[in-house]
Design a protein around this ligand. Structure first.
Ligand code: PEP
Ligand code: MN
Length: 351
């Protein structure tokens, strides 16, 4: 049985869909020959947005995966979306399953899969749901854990939104960090292919995952991506996958080097002192705002002075370049200060 925590970074790669036996075997062979892939993935049941699109070969494709394993020695993984899929995949001895984003969004489907997989030690990776809902993601994991599924993991594949964006599915990295915090024992993998929806940004997203201490990647790779029957735009050749993997830097979680520890401690000391200073100044700033609140009350003037606030923001944003701070960051900080300052003045008014 594969142990998904024993290798880091763990690389799962393969086509979006198993289309033909030839395409599946050729892709798997090239990936195995690269020596860079730990697990071969291929979808045989494809949840498609609209009817009439290629929905996967289904059960007849499972023997192709068995053949992949026999020829290359690579463990094989498929997506399961209902109990029938899970039972069939178990019966064919598939080595790992993942639950797709659309399925994670549906508690009934997750529950029936969990029951079909009761007690298994085959690893199950749970993709985040389509919508930005960490509870639902966590809930799917809980259903599987309650049925005694022994090896669980997470896949971050981004969240769908409306309108145009640089991403097919917005990463919202903070949600991946939130689920990591809640389920620290579970390995988490990033699927840059479904986040990007194209080949061009795979490196940037993969590097971000490496820098956020993900356990590995699931990347779609196809022997001839431009002719793929699903997700053609985002798949890469096995050769391009190697280039991608060569470019991602997996940095260490820490270092024992004395020089590193000394510099780190020194800089952390600087940061702690600066934080104290920032807080002292913020506190003084609020005292001044309270003073203003008192004179407004004495003169029966309302709290919000919109023009004055616009001037404050404008004056500070004009200095953003000189300060080396982004306007977006400054806006968030000023907004937070303004809210607290209004609250203080409100208290004074109500005294
Ligand atoms: C897939 O991995 O091919 C897939 C369908 O992904 P998702 O569930 O993330 O859309
Ligand atoms: Mn896909």
């Amino acid at each position: 049985m594969i142990d998904i925590k024993s290798v880091k970074p763990l690389i799962i790669a393969g086509p979006c869909s198993a289309e033909t036996e030839e395409q599946t075997l050729a892709t798997a062979q090239a990936l195995a020959d690269s020596g860079r892939v730990n697990i071969f993935r291929a979808g045989v049941w494809k949840p498609r947005t609209k009817p009439g699109m290629f929905e996967g070969v289904g059960i007849p494709a499972l023997p192709w995966l068995v053949e992949v394993k026999k020829r290359t020695g690579l463990p094989v993984a498929v997506e399961v979306a209902n109990a029938k899929h899970a039972e069939s995949a178990l019966a064919f001895g598939i080595d790992m399953f993942w639950i797709g984003a659309r399925t994670t969004s549906n508690p009934f489907s997750v529950q029936e899969i969990a029951e079909a997989l009761r007690g298994t030690d085959v690893p199950v990776l749970v993709k985040n749901p389509m919508n930005a809902d960490v509870e639902l993601w966590n809930g799917a994991v809980e259903r599987l854990a309650k049925c005694g599924v022994k090896q669980l993991g997470l896949i971050h594949r981004g969240f769908s939104g409306y309108g145009s964006s640089n991403y097919r599915n917005t990463p919202m990295w903070h949600l991946a960090l939130e689920i990591k915090k809640r389920l620290p024992e579970l390995p988490i993998f990033c699927d840059p292919s479904h986040i990007c929806g194209n080949r061009e940004n795979l490196l940037e997203v993969s590097q971000q995952a490496a820098d956020l201490n993900f356990n590995g990647l699931m990347v779609e790779s196809h022997i001839t991506p431009q002719t793929a029957w699903s997700d053609a735009k985002q798949q890469v050749t096995p050769e391009a996958l190697v280039t991608l993997l060569d470019s991602v830097v997996w940095r260490a979680e820490g270092s024992d080097s004395i020089a590193y520890q000394t510099s780190l401690d020194q800089l952390r000391g600087v940061i702690d002192r600066l934080d104290d200073e920032i807080l002292r100044l913020l506190s003084k700033r609020m005292e001044a705002a309270e003073g203003i609140g008192r004179i407004k009350r004495e003169n029966n003037v309302m709290i919000l002075q919109a023009t004055r606030w616009e001037q404050v923001v404008e004056r500070i944003l004009a200095r953003s370049e000189e300060l080396g701070l982004s306007p977006d960051f400054l806006k968030i900080v000023l907004e937070a200060i303004h809210i607290e300052s209004i609250n203080k003045q409100k208290q004074i008014m109500q005294e």
